[in-house]
Design a protein around this ligand. Structure first.
Ligand SMILES: NC(=O)c1ccc[n+]([C@@H]2O[C@H](COP(=O)([O-])OP(=O)(O)OC[C@H]3O[C@@H](n4cnc5c(N)ncnc54)[C@H](O)[C@@H]3O)[C@@H](O)[C@H]2O)c1
Length: 433
């Protein structure tokens, strides 16, 4: 080979040796094969990464996302059910899309609306943040009252568009959300998914609907965060949240304002204060205290620094339902159409509480009397991971403008809850946890 190297570099023209040609072709072939092989391996890995089964997934899955993937809606029979459920059956009735209908508050509000002759369609993704069998039992209850709950996610804009095509809803009662303050440290993205992205997706559908519905939605007393001035008034600052949950509710209030301002959507936020009652949420203290006291398990009761009391403005579900219905009935129409604002629209924020905070230790004493079992109490320091020391609502605005007047005290409401709890869980349903 050395003899072929020219004395003048650059002038050398290599002979077309058949041996050399075959070798380079062989190299070329082998490179292509290698490339193909590694491409398959790479694609395979991508496939496994995205489509592996949830059980083999080491990253905790966002439950609401899981529900987004599976949908089984559509078709003439489905549309007929949707129309029938949303049909108004009383004079001056309204037609309401209730999101989070299989949830605690959603079930009660949907039932109350249906009973007075309004059209009601539910929407819920049945995520497993807490025992989904309780949500299914609520769904069965709603079914018996004539409320159809569509299984789907508020982030599914195709589904929302379809629902507004099938039914010209006059109102939306938006209750779907990721609730709970402590769970935010375990699964923060579920709060962003439902409380922020989901809210925007819903408001987008509402703004484009023709007619645009009026929207009443659940914010939370948690927006008052670390405020120490009591009782909490709607005029107070809400810029020091103590949990991601609170921050997403506060963000929701700002997002709602934007849609009101730009698109003329009528928007009312209701700041609920610790709602309790039959068909309640198993992640809330009154619920799991009941379960644990009955099981003989020790319950943790929090106290603030220097033995300070931790208290909540517990509000009975029937009072909250009355507040929700009053907000729907007094909501003015949205002013926009086809995504365009035609004039200023109503924008409201109300506290819905009970105005009489009760120390959590008193709630435990009430439960002990009703269950006839002594609780094993473990008094602990309030952790700094989301819970606030106390909540106390000033409800004068809701009183004045909605005629809201809570009438159930904690003793009476807890009695109704315990009666439901005992009958529900003695009927073969198992208390999870
Ligand atoms: N219960 C209270 O004490 C309280 C206090 C303040 C505010 N709130 C608010 O009131 C509303 C109702 O609360 P609740 O106690 O009935 O809670 P809940 O968890 O029982 O109900 C919420 C329902 O929404 C559904 N959901 C969640 N994300 C969804 C999504 N992306 N798409 C479709 N459905 C979804 C859930 O499956 C659930 O059934 C929530 O917005 C909550 O933040 C409740």
């Amino acid at each position: 080979m050395l003899k072929h190297i020219p004395s003048t570099p650059g002038k050398f023209k290599m002979e077309k040796s058949p041996y050399i040609l075959n070798k380079s072709r062989w190299h070329w072939h082998s490179s292509i094969m290698k490339l193909t092989f590694w491409s398959f391996i790479f694609l395979g890995l991508i496939f496994i990464f995205f489509f592996r089964s949830p059980s083999s997934n080491p990253i905790p899955q966002d439950p609401s996302r899981r529900s987004l993937r599976t949908h089984n809606w559509g078709g003439p029979a489905w549309e007929k059910r949707v129309r029938s459920s949303a049909r108004i059956r009383s004079r001056n009735g309204i037609s309401v899309l209730v999101t989070g209908a299989a949830g605690f508050v959603g079930t009660h509000v949907s039932t109350a609306l249906k009973r007075r002759g309004d059209g009601v369609l539910g929407l819920d993704n049945f995520n497993d943040y807490y025992d989904p069998s309780l949500k299914r039992a609520r769904q069965a209850l709603l079914d018996r009252t004539g409320v159809f709950v569509v299984e789907g996610d508020i982030n599914d804009s195709t589904l929302l568009k379809k629902l507004f095509e099938v039914v010209p809803f006059t109102h939306v009662m938006h209750l779907a959300a990721q609730a709970g303050v402590r769970y935010a440290m375990e699964n923060p993205s579920s709060y962003v998914h439902s409380n922020i992205a989901g809210l925007v997706s819903l408001l987008e559908a509402c703004k484009s609907a023709n007619p645009q519905p009026a929207i009443v939605w659940a914010s939370s007393s948690s927006v008052y965060g670390l405020n120490s001035k009591v009782p909490f008034s709607e005029k107070d600052r809400t810029d020091q949240p103590a949990s991601l949950y609170a921050a997403t509710k506060k963000a929701g209030e700002e997002i709602a304002h934007t849609y009101n301002h730009i698109y003329g959507l009528s928007l009312t936020a209701l700041r609920f204060f610790t709602v309790y009652g039959p068909w309640g949420r198993p992640d809330m203290a009154y619920f799991f205290f009941t379960r644990d006291i009955l099981k003989g398990k020790t319950i943790s009761i929090f106290e603030a620094a220097n033995h300070g009391t931790v208290a909540r403005d517990f509000t009975y579900i029937d009072d909250i339902v009355k507040g929700c219905l009053a907000a729907l009935d007094t909501a003015e129409k949205s002013t926009g159409s086809g995504g365009k604002k035609k004039g200023p629209a109503q924008f409201r924020v109300y506290n819905l509480g009970n105005t009489s905070p009760v120390p959590v230790s008193d709630l435990v004493s009430i439960l002990e009397r009703l269950l006839k079992v002594d609780a094993k109490r473990n008094v602990m320091k309030l952790p700094q991971n989301g819970d606030v020391r106390f909540t106390h609502a000033n409800i004068s605005l809701a009183q004045r403008e909605l005629g809201y007047k809570p009438s159930t005290d904690l003793q009476t409401g807890t009695k109704k809850f315990v009666r439901w709890y005992l009958s529900y869980y003695s009927g073969g349903n198992k208390a999870a946890g």
